[in-house]
Design a protein around this ligand. Structure first.
Ligand SMILES: [Zn+2]
Length: 85
């Protein structure tokens, strides 16, 4: 799993908190690009995810229905809904 940086100059690899710059010659960046073109691990490429609590089928929280792996958006002090975190 990866997370975008605030500056959009790269991504952070969650597992070891390593910064990966946008650099086509960087092997870590190449691995990141490969990861984004693979099916989402959470919903296994379905784009939807069964919420076992509500027993409803919901848009996958990880890929937001894109069905592919997507990085976690950078923290900008507010949530996507504009509410303080
Ligand atoms: Zn997904």
């Amino acid at each position: 799993m990866y997370k975008e940086t605030k500056e959009k100059n790269g991504v952070t690899r969650i597992v070891d908190n390593a910064f990966i710059p946008v650099d086509q010659s960087n092997t870590d960046y190449q691995a990141y690009l490969q990861w984004t073109t693979k099916f989402c691990e959470v919903c296994e490429g379905m784009g939807v995810y069964p919420n076992l609590t509500t027993q409803m089928i919901e848009t996958c929280p990880s890929c937001k229905g894109s069905k592919l792996n997507t990085p976690i958006p950078a923290d900008n002090g507010t949530s996507p809904l504009g509410q303080p975190v």
